[in-house]
Design a protein around this ligand. Sequence first.
Ligand SMILES: Nc1ncnc2c1ncn2[C@@H]1O[C@H](COP(=O)(O)OS(=O)(=O)O)[C@@H](OP(=O)(O)O)[C@H]1O
Ligand SMILES: Nc1ncnc2c1ncn2[C@@H]1O[C@H](COP(=O)(O)OP(=O)(O)O)[C@@H](O)[C@H]1O
Length: 199
Amino acid sequence: MGKSNHITWHESTVTKHDRHQLNGHKSCVLWFTGLSGSGKSTLANAVDHMLFQQGSQSYVLDGDNVRHGLNSDLSFRDEDRKENIRRIGEVAKLFVDSGQIVSSAFISPFREDRDLVRNMFANEEFIEIFLNCPIQVCEDRDPKGLYKKARKGEILHFTGISSPYERPFYPEIIIETNNLSVEQSISKIVGYLKDKEIL
Ligand SMILES: Nc1ncnc2c1ncn2[C@@H]1O[C@H](COP(=O)(O)OS(=O)(=O)O)[C@@H](OP(=O)(O)O)[C@H]1O
Ligand SMILES: Nc1ncnc2c1ncn2[C@@H]1O[C@H](COP(=O)(O)OP(=O)(O)O)[C@@H](O)[C@H]1O
């Protein structure tokens, strides 16, 4: 399939700014990145729950879930992870245009792929949150038993073991999830959103 040259961009009648005014907050993507077991799903869902309870427009995009549907055709090879993150970036952009605070929980191991997504957004809309947690701790947590399988060679290209993770150079937020509780981690994120007047 080639790219069509016969496509025209339509500006929407209701603008993103109109939606921010109605919602009483700005929209953005909280881009959680880190190893399996570092706490992405836990924190993305905890922040989402907190925002929902206070009446904010919020939604979670989660790796395991998106790979069941939209990205069920993709594997864990480097080129498929790249396409996984590109598509999720585009989906997150639609959510941000719709006025929501999106919490995305994907390993997103490659700097270049995360930066590609960053460049889809205005500066203040993309908030990279690096969950910095030693692999030994993630492996001890092993919430889904995947590290055990990866060590036995039953899962190929497993991040941190047989596939690389590139830590961000300049993330907006760093959370050491082995030193902070879930509550402390959420406070740090909410503090940032308030400082930047997103909330
Ligand atoms: N080979 C391999 N490497 C890493 N992770 C694996 C793999 N195979 C399956 N899983 C499970 O898939 C989840 C990661 O999917 P993502 O879409 O977030 O990965 S990526 O961003 O494309 O790298 C990941 O979820 P989390 O544990 O929540 O990180 C795993 O449950
Ligand atoms: N500060 C913290 N933030 C997030 N998770 C934490 C924290 N401290 C301990 N945990 C625990 O670590 C595990 C992380 O698992 P999960 O959220 O599924 O990780 P991931 O989505 O990155 O694979 C959970 O069992 C969670 O309770």
